[in-house]
Design a protein around this ligand. Structure first.
Ligand SMILES: C[S@@+](CC[C@H](N)C(=O)[O-])C[C@H]1O[C@@H](n2cnc3c(N)ncnc32)[C@H](O)[C@@H]1O
Length: 415
């Protein structure tokens, strides 16, 4: 066995042992397709590490990457591909995921992979040829429009983040087909597998946490993060709704108040998708504060989140007077990485104490509900404009341009 085969076998064993790979079909695909041929120039060890590898940058920001193998395995399991399926991938990148999918759908199926970038498609063609993969059609185009000539598809998968569910994707799904996409929901990104019902509603089969590069082109989302002058922090607010205002949050931050104790420890996953998503769905003033660079103005208080630091907060919404903010901060025995830390709630501004109590009440409800994370949510996506009210209790609504998302969780307090 050559070094690449040994490294690949080790990677697949680890993905299977960690429960990321669960089905024989996904395992076979990872064993068969040589990832290193899709990442030429990388050492064998790096090509088979469980890491995302950025392959293209614009102004210092990654615009394409080979996704982390763990995340790819999670998504391939969510996709539930079968031999003979016709698949559309939006975000071809290196072509590696398309090659894995082509292996699973076999000679009776077909994979069409679209990328907005001509150079990436040219590279993917070379990688697929080097790996001897057939059954993948490559297309240069804006995946926001899908690829109508070969529709309908049994599966449409985005390997790039989207803030909305575009009608083109729904229209190009076969009846009962599945759409899988990293979907932005109130500041979280959720890998959501949705099945198309005969009523035109998409209903989730599974939801997982994820973190993907976002769509460029027609489906690009406007950036909702604003710099907070004087604090080296970015304020991220919900994409739908009034939300807090950057100048008012900065004014509140200039008036620090007391620290409220929190009886539980929280990890970055709790702050990001667990309690973070719960708070964002129940309080319109929910926002996230992210370090705008490595040396932030509040270095000791932020929690490790992804590649940087950040936290979740509740602020007064735009125009509400007096302004205030309550934010989850790291406690004295802060843990690094994803391990749970002791935390507290720091209040700022005249309205801070009231917001602190509201944030702690929401935390109490989330704990009572069993600390639900991304995997516990049920989601339905209804085309915009056809939502029927009133909604059942325990359902939160997130309104997008093209769809309304209904998120369902037992114990969720909604108005
Ligand atoms: C995380 S990478 C995908 C990785 C890829 N699946 C692989 O196996 O290497 C995301 C890709 O989405 C592409 N992308 C961004 N916006 C797009 C759009 N509107 N249409 C199609 N592709 C797009 C990027 O160019 C990038 O290659």
């Amino acid at each position: 066995m050559v070094a690449a085969d040994r490294a690949r076998a080790r990677m697949v064993d680890a993905l299977r042992d960690a429960g990321r790979i669960r089905s024989p079909a996904v395992e076979d695909a990872f064993r068969a397709v040589p990832r290193h041929l899709f990442l030429p120039g990388l050492s064998i060890d790096d090509a088979y590490a469980d890491e995302a590898v950025a392959v293209q940058f614009a102004e210092g920001v990654a615009t394409s990457s080979a996704s982390q193998p763990s995340m790819m395995a999670i998504m391939l399991e969510q996709l539930d591909l079968r031999p003979g399926h016709r698949v559309l991938e939006i975000g071809a990148g290196t072509g590696y995921n398309a090659a894995l999918m082509a292996r699973i759908v076999g000679p009776t199926g077909a994979v069409t992979a679209v990328d907005i970038d001509e150079d990436l498609i040219a590279g993917a063609a070379v990688h697929l040829a080097d790996a001897g993969v057939t059954g993948v059609g490559l297309v240069v185009g804006d995946g926001a429009l899908g690829h109508p000539p070969l529709a309908p598809y049994d599966r449409i998968v985005l390997t790039v983040g989207s803030s909305d569910i575009r009608p083109e994707w729904v229209a190009q799904l076969a009846p009962g087909g599945r759409l899988l996409l990293p979907l932005a929901v109130r500041g979280s990104q959720l890998s959501t597998a949705l099945d198309l019902g005969p009523d035109g509603v998409l209903r989730s089969d599974s939801v997982r946490s994820c973190a993907f590069i976002r769509l460029r082109g027609l489906g690009a989302s406007t950036d909702v993060a604003a710099r907070l002058d004087g604090f080296r922090l970015m304020l991220q607010v919900a994409e739908d709704g009034p939300g807090p205002d950057a100048a008012e949050v900065a004014a509140a931050l200039a008036c620090p108040g007391g620290l409220l104790p929190v009886p539980v420890r929280l990890g970055s996953a709790d702050v990001w998708d667990g309690f973070g998503l719960w708070l964002a769905l129940t309080e319109v003033g929910t926002c996230r504060l992210l370090a705008s660079d490595a040396e932030t103005g509040l270095p000791d208080d932020l929690l490790p989140l992804g590649p940087g630091r950040g936290t979740i907060a509740l602020a007064t919404v735009r125009g509400e007077q007096p302004p205030g903010l309550a934010m989850v901060v790291a406690g004295p025995d802060r843990a690094e990485g994803s391990r749970a830390s002791s935390v507290g709630v720091r209040v700022y501004g005249a309205a801070g104490p009231v917001l602190g109590v509201r944030l702690l009440t929401a935390l109490e409800r989330w704990l009572t509900a069993g600390r639900p994370g991304a995997a516990e949510w049920q989601m339905a996506a209804v085309p915009a404009g056809v939502l029927r009210e009133p909604l059942p209790p325990g359902v939160a609504v997130v309104r997008k341009e093209h769809c309304c998302l209904l998120l369902d969780m037992p114990g969720l307090p909604t108005k």
